[in-house]
Ligand binder design. Structure first.
Ligand code: SAH
Length: 346
């Protein structure tokens, strides 16, 4: 009997017991969850404890970033990434901390022109278990070697999380309540799906995780050229939506991240900079994250903006009192950085 079938008619607290067990270091199968009834344990005896199977695991020689090719029961695969966080103030004896980057879909239908995942096409949404199990997979590896804890999760792997809304929402709730990951330690990144963005701010129970928008251009024409899924009027929608977002999540620290990949001669001239500054000032509580372009062998149409020019943008942004950071690319040598997840080891 499948997991969902087996627990369908069970009281709600059974789910609590199972979700808790999924993140318990000392439990390795459904039969070991002693809080469950014997009958339910028997029904779940043949159910896999993990929905992901490791096919390939690579480690970056540069920075220790690890990338796994994971397979699901139907033979489909995704990539998932573990990044050690280099702490600014290293305290001796401190356990290292890790950020993981999870996938939410097999492939991606958005087909952003600069992204290797976009070239894969789309196969299907992941279930909430398949997303959660990426976290459980990495945590298991760290536990086995006593290496530390996953404490930060970004939904920046393969797929568009807001096209898999219900599964992603349930995953977030489970991560916060049962894996005890703080809501501020989780970042949902989207290229912009207006229906789902509206749902997020109208539903009362959407978790207050950090939100990042892959903007990539504040000029509508450019955005439409590099992001085929961009809807007409999206930037105006964004201005309205941001007001609703801040009303729904009123915490002072609940800024929106604007991600901006810097593409040479595409979105990096003075006109684009001015448009970004203007939009950022209009949106209010935001932070800009400039992303150096990560090349991939399946995409040679673009070149990255020189780092000095990216730094110049950062400075200009700071001059307007806009918080602006430059993303550090990790795992480049194993194609594990943003936009490089293309299942090449399949
Ligand atoms: N679909 C979601 C989640 C994927 S996040 C989204 O678009 O936000 C992946 C992040 O990496 C996004 O900010 C994306 O724009 C960025 N990215 C994609 N291709 C890249 C590349 N070649 N180099 C650097 N960043 C890239």
């Amino acid at each position: 009997m499948s997991f969902e079938e087996a627990i369908k008619s069970e009281p709600a607290y059974r789910r609590d017991q199972i979700y808790l067990a999924w993140f318990d270091k000392n439990i390795h199968s459904f039969s070991e969850i002693t809080t469950l009834s014997k009958n339910l344990r028997e029904q779940l005896a043949t159910e896999p404890w993990m929905t992901v199977k490791e096919k390939v695991l690579q480690t970056s020689q540069n920075d220790g970033t690890r990338k796994a090719l994971l397979e699901f029961s139907d033979g489909r695969v995704v990539e998932s990434v573990l990044m050690p966080r280099i702490s600014k103030k290293q305290i001796p004896g401190d356990r290292p901390r890790y950020t993981i980057c999870v996938s939410s879909q097999v492939g991606c239908p958005m087909a952003c022109t600069f992204c290797a995942t976009g070239k894969l096409g789309f196969a299907r949404n992941l279930t909430y278990r398949e997303i959660l199990d990426q976290m459980r997979y990495w945590q298991q590896i760290l536990w086995e070697k006593n290496e530390g804890e996953v404490d930060n999760i970004v939904f920046m792997g393969q797929g568009e999380p807001l096209l898999n809304y219900e599964n992603v929402k349930l995953t977030l709730k489970i991560l916060i309540k049962y894996a005890k990951i703080g809501q501020r330690k989780i970042t949902l990144s989207t290229v912009g799906v207006p229906e789902s963005m509206n749902k997020m701010v109208t539903e009362k129970d959407f978790p207050a995780v950090r939100f990042a928008l892959s903007l990539h251009s504040a000029l509508a024409e450019t955005r439409a050229t590099i992001i085929p899924s961009n809807r007409a009027g999206f930037l105006d929608f964004l201005v309205d939506w941001t007001k609703k977002y801040h009303a729904a999540f009123p915490s002072r620290t609940h800024f929106i991240g604007l991600e901006y990949i810097m593409l040479k001669d595409v979105n990096d001239d003075a006109k684009h900079l001015n448009a970004l500054i203007k939009l950022a000032l209009k949106l209010g509580s935001i932070r800009v994250n400039l992303i150096p372009y990560n090349p991939s062998s399946c995409n040679d149409a673009f070149q990255g903006t020189a780092i000095a020019d990216i730094q110049n943008w950062q400075k200009k942004m700071n001059d307007h009192s806009i918080t602006c950071t430059i993303r550090r690319s990790q795992g480049l040598d194993i194609d594990a950085a943003c936009g490089q997840l293309a299942n090449k080891n399949q």
